[in-house]
Ligand binder design. Sequence first.
Ligand SMILES: Nc1ncnc2c1ncn2[C@@H]1O[C@H](COP(=O)(O)OP(=O)(O)O)[C@@H](O)[C@H]1O
Ligand SMILES: [Mg+2]
Length: 321
Amino acid sequence: MTAPVIEATSLVKKFGDFVAVDDVSFEVPQGTVFGLLGPNGAGKTTTVRMMTTLAIPTSGSARVAGYDVATQPDAVRASMGLTAQGATVDDLLTGRENLRLVGDLYGLPGREVKRRADDLLERFSLTEAGNKVVKDYSGGMRRRIDLAVSLIAHPAVLFLDEPTTGLDPRSRVELWDVLRDLVRDGTTLLLTTQYLDEADQLADRVCVIDHGQIIAQGTPLELKNQSGATSLVVTVSRHDEVPRAADLVRGVVGDLHVDVDARRLTAPGAAVSELTRIAAVLDGAGIEVDDLGMQRPSLDDVFLSLTGHTAEETSNQEVPQ
Ligand SMILES: Nc1ncnc2c1ncn2[C@@H]1O[C@H](COP(=O)(O)OP(=O)(O)O)[C@@H](O)[C@H]1O
Ligand SMILES: [Mg+2]
């Protein structure tokens, strides 16, 4: 096996007595996507900051592209790109000017910078917008120019801190496609996210982090399997029919959770084959439903099964930055 391109070994970061990152270790092979998944305040950004030389680990070590972040920070920086959580581009410059600025900072020749800027603008569907100031960009365009800027020096390793938080569903999917293309071209990607579906879509391996500690590592599928099987969910149209519907559905699936206020019946672990039987039984009884389908475990389900508390409860205990 070739050496991992990103490697964290027992990373710890303390702020005073508070341990923000607590003994985090992982390895990312070349050309793969690693997802750091966790709620607000879990320690994702702090981990990324240590991996990208922006914060000094209290203890432990990390290597990027074979270079040590503590002793070879310049070589690390030259090998990687970073799209931080907040926007990093200059609002008052155009997209093209932002690209050129960063290209110049890297010391690339002027003609090369121009060529790469044009390429990136085209690749991110920003050719036209390239001449507009970033201030006027939509949320999705902003994330794309952020990402384009972090790619100007052709980094072998890319760190993305919550790349799609705050984007509308369509922009998210578009960005996912761009990221898949990058990985296909050989880039190694570490991304942080609060969303299991994002990790699921993009990551080869995921590490779940909570209170600075890794609580699970594996493929997205392995994580979802740990958190219990898919549920079958029925949303009954009328409030007063919920009890009758519950009796009927219970007759098919056995174990059932009933949320009367939400008019929702949830059968954990039910099989897809039971969908049609439930549809038939409810239809036969003249009960209308708004929705009937399978629901895969969410990040909250994963969290709940791993930690005994939901991701939201965790966030509420933390004071956000
Ligand atoms: N510079 C800092 N000083 C003190 N506490 C910090 C600092 N940076 C982050 N923290 C705390 O460390 C924890 C992890 O933060 P962060 O890494 O930003 O989490 P995430 O990115 O997963 O939301 C949080 O409780 C946060 O408040
Ligand atoms: Mg963060």
